[in-house]
Each structure stands twice: as structure tokens, then as C-alpha cells.
Design a protein around this ligand. Structure first.
Ligand SMILES: C[S@@+](CC[C@H](N)C(=O)[O-])C[C@H]1O[C@@H](n2cnc3c(N)ncnc32)[C@H](O)[C@@H]1O
Length: 340
């Protein structure tokens, strides 16, 4: 969760910093380890002073990502994490003590990482949420707005196991995305054929760069072994697939990207990305989609949080704000619920 007033917060007020850390803690119900660390930090003036020195947001994600990054080749990783991967066995004092020692002894290194990295992830399992609405009758040019590392532009190479009210198996490759379907959702019978793949992002990540891949991995919370495995598998796929990444604002880049494509239908999607964009950016994206739709077939699929505290919505239509809600889904694609 973003710490909304972080830039203007009084960083010398440790009670205020502790309150922010506790507020962040409430957003990590599925990481007992990070929850325990946050509760420990909130009572530890030395650690609070260190958190206060992180300028970027959210500082807790950056600190914990930096810790995980600096542990990845160290024995400490094995010592801290395995016995904490079960929700039934919460983090103990020994783990927090080891964490505290690590943070304080390598404070400068961790702060440097926090100052130079962004909390930018790429959730592969969101592909399972998009797939039912991607046309399969004809090859389509795929454009991902806010693509991050562009991993989901390889979604035709992944495999899918839908279970629940509707079931389907598609593809054979890794990663395998498991998604539980609630309600009446027409699942595809085959994977789409992507004629081209373009990702637009304000700050694209080159997942084939080992340092960038290591940071993507570091941002995955330690208990989420399934997410980590999917991420690694998707990065492997990405190495052999031709994805064009465009650095820029989708508001200005989209029209040129579409204009440069060979003839053919276009599918434009955005997953947990454009909720970050201000209204003028959204209006420009809507206009670019509308302009593209005047020259070719265009399908736009948005998967975005709309209402605080509610699951993100999937909407299909040229203007996300006006488009009908077709489903809701778990933010990491674990389940898909029909809107009907
Ligand atoms: C939370 S990440 C999600 C990434 C990816 N879509 C996924 O589902 O894993 C949001 C991404 O959107 C990008 N983004 C936000 N606003 C954007 C804009 N106006 N144009 C292009 N990219 C944008 C950010 O840089 C970031 O990489």
C-alpha cells in the first residue's frame, strides 16, 4: 500500500513513522513474515530511523526488497525464510533478530538500493484473467499498456488450468497458471495467435538483464513461492519471444504504436496499471483507442482496481470508465468471478 503522505511526513517524528509502518502492515495479510517484521520495526527506534531515510515509496516494500536482494546469495535466506513459508508457523523472534542485524549492519547498501529502485512488479498470473476476452478467431497484434517487463505479452506460450464452475486446460508450457472460475465465464478453447507484441511502459524493465530479474524476484514476498516460480518461468519464456518494449507514457505512445503496426486486429490490454494514471492521461488513451478503432478492429480489455477495498474489475470496451464489467478477479489472478 502506498504511504500517501510520505513525501510530506515529518521524518523525525518516529511515532508518525511507526504509524505508517503499522498502516503498511495491515496491507500484508498474506505475508506472516513481513507482517512480523513490520510489527517489530514499529517498536524499534533504530529501524524506524532507517525507514525514515528512504525517500521513495512505499518505503517498506523497498526496504524488504533490498533485504531480500542482498540475501539472495547468502545463507541467511535459507535460515530465515523456509520455516516461515507456512502461514501456520509465524515468524519468531530469532528471525526478526537476524533481520534487524542484517538491516543495521548493511544500512548504507540497503538505502542505496532503495534510492535507486522502484517497486515495479510484473504478475504473470494476470494473463489467466485476460485470456477469456482475447479473440482467438484471427491473429491479433497485442499491446500491453503499463507492461512492466512485458512478460504477459508471452501469454500465448503459457499454460492454463481453469477449475471451478467452468474448467479448461490450455497450452503445455511453463509457467502454468491456475485460476479458479466462479460463475458463468466462457473460457477459450484455444490460445490466441499473437501477430506482434508491444509493451508500453513509463519505465520498462528488461527482464533478460540479470540484475533487473533479481530485483523482480526480490519484490516477491517470501511466502509466495508459486509467484516466484511463475516469474522465473515467464522470464525464461520472454528470452525467446520477440517483444517490443516502448518507453513512454501510453497516453502519447499508443497512437504511434498502433499506426506502425501491419494491418490486422489489435487487442489492447492493461492490468493493474492505469489506475495510476491521472484523468488527462486516461482521456488521451481513450482517444487513441477510439482513433485506432476507426481504422481496424480493436478490443480493449482493462483489469484495474476501481473501488477501494474491492477486487479489481475486468471491463471490455473502448473506454474503460464506461465499459461493462464482465468479471472481477483476484489481483494476482488466482480466481475469476463472473460479474453476472
Ligand atoms: C503495478 S505495475 C503492473 C505491471 C503489469 N501490467 C502487471 O500486471 O504485472 C504498473 C505499471 O504501469 C506502468 N504505468 C503506469 N502508468 C503508465 C502510463 N501512463 N503509461 C505507461 N505505463 C504506465 C508503471 O510504470 C508500471 O510498470
Amino acid at each position: 500500500m502506498a504511504l500517501i503522505n510520505w513525501s510530506s511526513a515529518d521524518r523525525t517524528d518516529l511515532a508518525r513513522i511507526a504509524a505508517e509502518v503499522l498502516s503498511w502492515e495491515r496491507s500484508v495479510p498474506d505475508s506472516p513474515l513481513y507482517s512480523a517484521f513490520a510489527l517489530g520495526i514499529a517498536e524499534d527506534p533504530d529501524l524506524l530511523r532507517l525507514v525514515a531515510r528512504i525517500d521513495n515509496v512505499p518505503p517498506m516494500n523497498l526496504l524488504l526488497g533490498a533485504v531480500k536482494l542482498t540475501l539472495s546469495s547468502a545463507d541467511a535466506l535459507a535460515a530465515w525464510y523456509p520455516h516461515l513459508t507456512s502461514q501456520a508457523r509465524p515468524a519468531g523472534d530469532a528471525a526478526f533478530a537476524a533481520f534487524r542485524d542484517h538491516v543495521l549492519s548493511r544500512a548504507d547498501e540497503l538505502l542505496a538500493i532503495a534510492a535507486t529502485h522502484r517497486t515495479q512488479t510484473n504478475e504473470t498470473a494476470r494473463a489467466a484473467v485476460l485470456l477469456p476476452w482475447i479473440p482467438t478467431e484471427v491473429p491479433v497484434h497485442a499491446i500491453d499498456l503499463g507492461a512492466s517487463a512485458g512478460l504477459n505479452l508471452c501469454l500465448d506460450r503459457f499454460s492454463y488450468a481453469y477449475t471451478g464452475d467452468r474448467a479448461a486446460r490450455l497450452g503445455r508450457g511453463e509457467p502454468r497458471l491456475d485460476c479458479e472460475v466462479h460463475g458463468d465465464i466462457a473460457l477459450p478453447t484455444r490460445l490466441p495467435e499473437l501477430a506482434s507484441r508491444t509493451g508500453i511502459d513509463l519505465s520498462p524493465i528488461d527482464a533478460t538483464d540479470p540484475d533487473a530479474a533479481a530485483w523482480l524476484e526480490a519484490l516477491v514476498w517470501p511466502e509466495h513461492q508459486d509467484r516466484l516460480e511463475r516469474l522465473r518461468a515467464a522470464i525464461e519464456v520472454r528470452r525467446s519471444v520477440d517483444v517490443r518494449m516502448v518507453a513512454g507514457d501510453a497516453a502519447t505512445a499508443l497512437a504511434d504504436v498502433v499506426a506502425a503496426l501491419p494491418p490486422g486486429a489489435v487487442v489492447i490490454w492493461h492490468t493493474i496499471a492505469l489506475y495510476q494514471a491521472p484523468p488527462p492521461v486516461l482521456a488521451d488513451i481513450d482517444a487513441a483507442v477510439a482513433a485506432a478503432a476507426r481504422t481496424r478492429e480493436v478490443v480493449r480489455i482493462g483489469f484495474e482496481p476501481v473501488t477501494a477495498g474491492q477486487d479489481p474489475e475486468i471491463r471490455v470496451g473502448p473506454v474503460f470508465a464506461d465499459a461493462p464489467v464482465v468479471a472481477r478477479a483476484h489481483p494476482h489472478g488466482r480466481w475469476l468471478q463472473s460479474a453476472a
